[in-house]
Design a protein around this ligand. Structure first.
Ligand code: C5P
Length: 252
């Protein structure tokens, strides 16, 4: 059996060459890292949950006309995605203050923001993904003005979609991070949502109790990360209603 070619291994995922040109297999690991990999652990089942949740969010986005790299789920831990050139920015959208924004500006976590705030960080692990402005992005040529207009519009559409979806299951979307990829259709370039959307890359608070249902559970030692992610999946109907199992049970 031929060994497939590994293209890239990141903190939470591995990318392999896909079966057809222009495709990539995205494998979700159980590894969790925080604070730029200063804190690390293997959390059984996390990869399975994130694969399924990212499929759910990306499929929904594709269906409402927000283009993503997602093509189809292959198995418990892998999905087939469209190959794209990743824009070297992390796009963060915030609806409520939390995390680094609260720290930077001294705003209490959970405070509603006057409007969604979009921030950009330069993707560089060695530098700890520093916050950058549109001036830096333009000056260093990381994205054009047209790209930035498209990225802002994509980010806000993802925010509207995810906020509404979460609101429907009693979860507040505090903030999230997305990555954007470039794909080429003939002479034209298009931008699409890439990477993953999962509780690893969002802050999700239970609307009633304020319980954290996202990676802060791991960052802040608040309990079981798989329980939190399983709860998100269960509410969204990605997992069957609770039947006594604590481990994720997948439905197709
Ligand atoms: O840490 P900070 O408050 O800036 O994070 C904002 C949002 O972006 C959080 O939902 C966090 O999970 C996400 N994020 C991420 N990957 C990073 C940095 C932040 O998914 N490298």
């Amino acid at each position: 059996m031929a060994r497939r070619k590994k293209i890239y291994e990141g903190k939470a995922k591995i990318l392999y060459e896909g079966p057809e040109p222009g495709t990539i297999v995205q494998y979700f690991k159980d590894d969790a890292t925080a604070f730029n990999a200063e804190k690390m652990a293997t959390i059984e089942g996390k990869g399975v949950l994130n694969n399924r949740l990212s499929e759910f969010f990306m499929t929904g986005l594709n269906n409402v006309g927000v283009p993503t790299h997602f093509m189809r789920r292959l198995n418990m831990r892998e999905q087939l995605v469209r190959a794209c050139e990743i824009v070297p920015l992390e796009i963060i959208v915030r609806n409520f203050a939390a995390g680094s924004l609260s720290k930077r500006l001294g705003i209490e976590e959970g405070t509603a923001l006057p409007r969604p705030i979009v921030e950009y960080c330069y993707k560089d692990d060695k530098l700890g993904d520093p916050l950058v402005t549109e001036e830096h992005i333009a000056a260093f040529g990381w994205a054009s003005q047209q790209d930035m207009d498209d990225i802002l519009s994509l980010a806000l559409r993802v925010n509207d979609y995810l906020s509404g979806l979460m609101y429907g299951v009693g979860i507040k979307l505090i903030d999230f991070k997305i990555e954007i990829g470039r794909v080429y259709d003939g002479d034209f370039q298009r931008l699409i949502v890439a990477d993953e959307i999962s509780p690893d890359s969002c802050r999700l608070w239970d609307m009633e109790t304020g319980a954290h249902l996202d990676k802060d559970v791991f960052r802040r030692d608040l309990g079981s990360l798989t329980d939190a992610y399983t709860e998100v999946a269960r509410r969204l109907g990605v997992l069957p209603k609770t039947n006594g199992h604590t481990k994720p049970t997948l439905i197709n």
